[in-house]
Design a protein around this ligand. Structure first.
Ligand code: AP5
Length: 214
């Protein structure tokens, strides 16, 4: 079903569940999922100069410099498949990035913030696994693979360690307030510390109430 809301931003701490929710949202609402982290990991895997530089910052849990990220996202949003609607995941992550979008006249109808206590995030990070063939997100305890075949090919992200999540959380905590400031009029806080299906229901409710009032 098409709805009035078709430009959505989703934000939250590392492992708060952005990617998991986007998997469901992009299918059910026919929105193009644009993940800053996924685009960066794709760039890293090409071995390009930008990719090599990005990897240094990602491994350190820091924001990749704007000279790489800002153009990457703007170009992606300009692709034809994003014209009908998009779901921007993990971007903007700083005031400068939010300002760059404003300057380009790119503004969402809603800004979703997934809220999860820090004590829970570490376990989510450490147990996360990815299927390199489908890109699907799993967890050793909370989202088990559906077959042994999938289980056998699961991989772990290099920044998903107990050690590396510390600077990632610091970076998030340092920047989040400034971004919320830019979108305070359209901010919807979602309790991300619930079963993923319940989180999804809450997001759906929020989006649907916006469509009705739009
Ligand atoms: P990015 O890839 O965006 O990483 P992140 O923000 O740390 O977020 P994650 O992908 O770790 O988590 P998620 O919220 O998607 O959670 P998921 O659904 O997987 O960024 C990586 C790096 O790239 C950054 O550190 C930075 O260096 C760089 N970067 C990215 N954007 C940038 C930008 N704008 N500017 C500059 N640099 C940038 O869930 C996590 C786990 O929990 C999974 O195993 C999942 O199965 C499980 N789970 C999910 N929901 C639930 C639930 N409700 N209950 C139980 N388990 C759950």
């Amino acid at each position: 079903t098409r709805m009035a809301v078709n430009k959505v931003m989703i934000s939250g701490a590392p492992a708060s569940g952005k990617g998991t929710q986007c998997e469901m949202l992009s299918v059910n609402y026919d929105l193009t999922h644009i993940s800053a982290g996924d685009l960066l990991r794709a760039e890293v895997s090409t071995g390009s100069a930008n990719g090599l530089k990005a990897k240094e910052f990602m491994d350190a849990g820091k924001l990749v410099p704007n000279e790489i990220v800002v153009t990457m996202i703007k170009d992606r949003l300009a692709q034809p498949d994003a014209a009908a609607g998009w779901l921007l995941d993990g971007y903007p992550r700083s005031k400068d990035q939010a300002d760059a979008l404003e300057e380009a006249n790119i503004r969402p109808e809603v800004f979703l913030l997934l809220e999860v206590p820090e004590s829970i995030l570490v376990e989510r990070v450490v147990g996360r696994r990815l299927d390199p063939e489908t890109g699907k997100i799993y967890h050793l305890k909370y989202a088990l693979p559906e077959s042994e075949e999938v289980e056998a090919r699961l991989i772990q992200r290099s920044d998903d360690t107990e050690e590396k999540v510390v600077p990632r959380l610091e970076t998030h905590n340092k920047n989040v307030a400034a971004i919320l400031d830019s979108y305070s009029d359209i901010l919807v806080r979602i309790d991300g510390d619930q079963h993923k299906d319940k989180v999804y229901q809450d997001i759906q409710k929020a989006l649907e109430s916006l469509s009705v009032s739009a």
